[in-house]
Design a protein around this ligand. Structure first.
Ligand code: PSU
Ligand code: MN
Length: 299
């Protein structure tokens, strides 16, 4: 694993660093928008005085803090792999390139000494999981990694209440950011409640500190809803989601292709409106992540 120079310097000096995921670049957003969004996110983080560390794999090298050139190579390589944590060893051995999922990014961020990680929406329990056993490795990864993870809840293509139950079972601390309404990624409110809430980056930092002091092993998931004014209109969201789920069923797609397929279908069904929401979600999450990283620095 190579830690980029700026990231390594910041970590050594105790300055704030924010880890960012790359599956959103390789599988979540269409080219060339994917690169623009990743760059804008890094600029936003930098403007808040925090060093961004986008994590990914290039030609078998695991990189924490991709350079601008490396990010552009990853964003411009169609068909690269989607790498969860368990996929990393073979990717390294075979010289593969890929975007890292939340599970893989969180693992690598922690290994590099980064404490805060921002993503769009977490993976979770897929609909029909009682039959298929399809539950994202994101969930057990967060159970074992002492990070703050900022996300707009879990992707609404998932079984949201089942995912909340699994987060509870796995001992992942979940707090709504200034809300009791668990976000639904594209929509501010998934219709499910989150029992606890945190009101400021300082309070998130205090909760993270408490988790460490108490010897708890897992992540603190900060569920940050997209502002209602920027969400996908709920009726449009529900119709697009129904269409996507039906198409998934018809196409017989499952496993790690399910999430990218569903998100692409939602995008097509909303005339790209969901793409703009996805970008807004990500922008708000990296901004909050940067503020939390700042509040945590030196704690
Ligand atoms: N964003 C996308 N497509 C994706 C993902 C994000 O547009 O596939 C990834 C995230 O990285 C998340 C992962 O960690 O999907 C979960 O996928 P799975 O259910 O296969 O674990
Ligand atoms: Mn899966």
């Amino acid at each position: 694993m190579r830690v980029g120079e700026r990231v390594a310097d910041a970590l050594a000096a105790g300055r704030p660093v924010l880890a960012c995921e790359s599956t959103i670049v390789t599988h979540g957003l269409p080219t060339p928008r994917n690169l623009a969004v990743a760059r804008e996110a890094e600029e936003l983080v930098g403007s808040l005085g925090v060093v961004p560390a986008t994590i990914g794999v290039l030609d078998g090298e695991v990189v924490v803090g991709l350079t601008g050139d490396e990010l552009s190579r990853l964003a411009g390589s169609p068909g690269v792999a989607k790498l969860s944590a368990r996929d990393l060893p073979v990717a390294v051995a075979t010289g593969a390139s890929g975007g890292t999922t939340v599970a893989a990014t969180a693992h690598l961020a922690h290994r590099a000494g980064i404490r805060v990680f921002a993503t769009g929406g977490l993976g979770g329990v897929h609909r029909g999981a009682a039959r298929t056993f399809d539950e994202s490795a994101d969930l057990p990864a967060l159970a074992a990694l002492p990070l703050v993870v900022v996300s707009a809840g879990v992707k609404s293509v998932l079984d949201v209440p089942a995912t909340l139950e699994r987060l509870e079972t796995l001992g992942v601390t979940v707090a709504g950011y200034r809300t009791h309404a668990f976000p639904g990624f594209y929509v501010a409110d998934s219709g499910h409640r989150v029992g606890q809430r945190l009101e400021s980056p300082e309070q998130v930092a205090a909760a993270w500190r408490a988790a460490r002091d108490l010897g708890l092993p897992g992540a603190l998931l900060v569920a940050n809803p997209v502002p209602a004014a920027e969400q996908l209109p709920p009726a449009l969201h529900d119709a697009a989601l129904a269409d996507a789920l039906a198409a998934l069923d018809d196409a017989g797609i499952g496993g790690q292709d399910a999430t990218p397929f569903l998100l692409a279908r939602v995008r097509a069904a909303t005339g790209e409106a969901s793409l703009e929401v996805n970008v807004a979600v990500y922008r708000h999450n990296v901004a909050l992540g940067a503020r939390i990283a700042t509040a945590l620095a030196g704690r």
